[in-house]
Design a protein around this ligand. Structure first.
Ligand code: NAD
Length: 379
């Protein structure tokens, strides 16, 4: 077989796998009803780097906040071990099978950041644990709120979570020394279910504006499909104001005070969503301040938007990591489980901590332990 044909075969396999994935999506079960569960099992996963430090803070806070629910068995906090970079490399599995088994037995997950081996860092080419979990648990919507009330900013980002460049990120090919090719995928079902979730949120929250972000002028097939499918879903919500933007100008508009107050619900494909939400979190006060939710029909996983911050660990300042990000994710988790009262209580304590504490994460100011003590005091 010629070399070119071997790449054609590689591509054929990608197409087959994507067709199978779409079939699996079509046959997926409906949403699970958490309210009907006797016990809601929340799995906690420490992760790598600063993960164990911020998770320890968050667990202490949840144990106090949910004292009654934990005692009555309405909620169980279950620690899941083994999703560490060391164990993943030892097993050469992105998410070791026995860890995935434990994860599947939970209803909700609160996850610390996990390290992904990068090019040239001497580690084997393991896929991101997050990408694997989002795919395995079919967590199709990545939801990230950002609010700066004093500037009139109230954004919520709906990032597609299982497709785009990420679905095939480890299946690109180096053709030779001169050429490398990656692949990007958009599906009708994958886009439509995300768009529907975003429009439902907009409708249920007073018909907020919806903005769709793509680069459909350049990525004509994948982003073009994404945009036209979102516009199709919009037709079912005639009372909602909808506009669309290219991702480059959206990046600029987020820091333009003439425009940024007008954005509310923003729908984005995977890669642009990844980038734009970090920018938005930085505008809010840094990646350490923002939480995110990964929502599917059966499972939901909540986490900080940042990574494992290995530089903080290497510099000996990991204890200065801000647990607010993971705690904000916990607020989203409680709301998702309709535990509105504890969610609001925790949110108030986190707002007070943001006012009172100084946590730049550079080895100065307050530590994660100071943060925990402050929040526990206010619960
Ligand atoms: P990062 O988000 O880990 O950290 C970048 C910088 O942001 C840190 O050096 C630190 O200065 C600051 N920061 C991050 N979290 C903070 C906190 N809680 N408090 C204070 N400051 C904080 O970005 P990176 O260094 O590019 O990525 C490190 C690793 O994390 C990589 O392996 C990456 O793949 C992985 N990652 C994981 C996730 C996830 O698990 N969800 C997300 C992003 C990156």
């Amino acid at each position: 077989m010629s070399e070119v044909m071997s790449y054609a075969e590689h591509f054929a396999k990608i197409v087959e796998d994507q067709l199978a994935r779409v079939e699996a999506m079509k046959n997926a079960h409906g949403a699970q009803d958490l309210a009907s569960k006797e016990t809601i099992v929340i799995g906690t996963i420490d992760g790598d780097g600063i993960g164990p430090i911020i998770m320890d803070a968050c667990r202490q806070i949840l144990e106090k906040l949910l004292e009654v629910e934990l005692a009555s068995g309405q909620v169980e906090l279950r620690r899941i071990e083994g999703l560490t970079i060391e164990n993943r490399i030892a097993k050469m599995e992105t998410v070791p099978a026995e860890v995935l088994d434990q994860i599947r037995q939970c209803d909700l997950l609160l996850k610390g950041p996990t390290t992904t081996p990068g090019k040239g860092d001497g580690r084997p080419n393991l896929e991101s644990a997050n990408v694997t979990l989002r795919r395995e648990l079919d967590l199709f919507a990545n939801v990230r709120p950002v609010a700066i009330p004093e500037q009139g900013i109230d954004w919520i980002f709906y990032r597609e979570n299982t497709e785009g460049e990420y679905a095939l990120g480890s299946r690109g090919v180096d053709i030779n020394d001169d050429i490398s090719i990656d692949f990007k995928v958009t599906t009708t079902l994958g886009t439509t279910r995300l768009a529907r979730a975003a429009f439902e949120y907009a409708k249920n929250n007073g018909n907020k504006n919806v903005s769709i972000v793509t680069k459909a002028n350049i990525m004509k097939k994948t982003d073009g499909k994404f945009l036209s499918l979102c516009m199709d879903v919009a037709k079912d919500y005639p009372e909602i104001k909808v506009d669309d933007w290219y991702v480059d100008i959206m990046a600029a508009n987020l820091i333009n005070p003439l425009f940024n107050k007008n954005f509310n619900v923003v729908i984005l494909p995977n890669l642009y969503g990844d980038i734009i939400t970090d920018e938005a979190a930085q505008i809010q006060g840094g990646v350490g301040t923002a939480g995110s939710a990964n929502i599917g029909d059966r499972y939901a996983m909540f986490e900080a938007i940042h990574g494992s911050a290995p530089r903080m660990v290497a510099d000996g300042i990991a204890e200065y990591a801000n647990p607010a990000s993971l705690c904000r994710a916990a607020v989203m988790m409680l709301r998702h489980a309709a535990m509105t009262e504890p969610a609001e209580k925790l949110e108030r304590a986190l707002d007070a901590a943001a006012e009172a504490l100084d946590m730049p994460g550079d080895g100065t100011g307050n530590t994660a332990a100071d943060f925990t003590a402050f929040v526990l005091e206010r619960l």
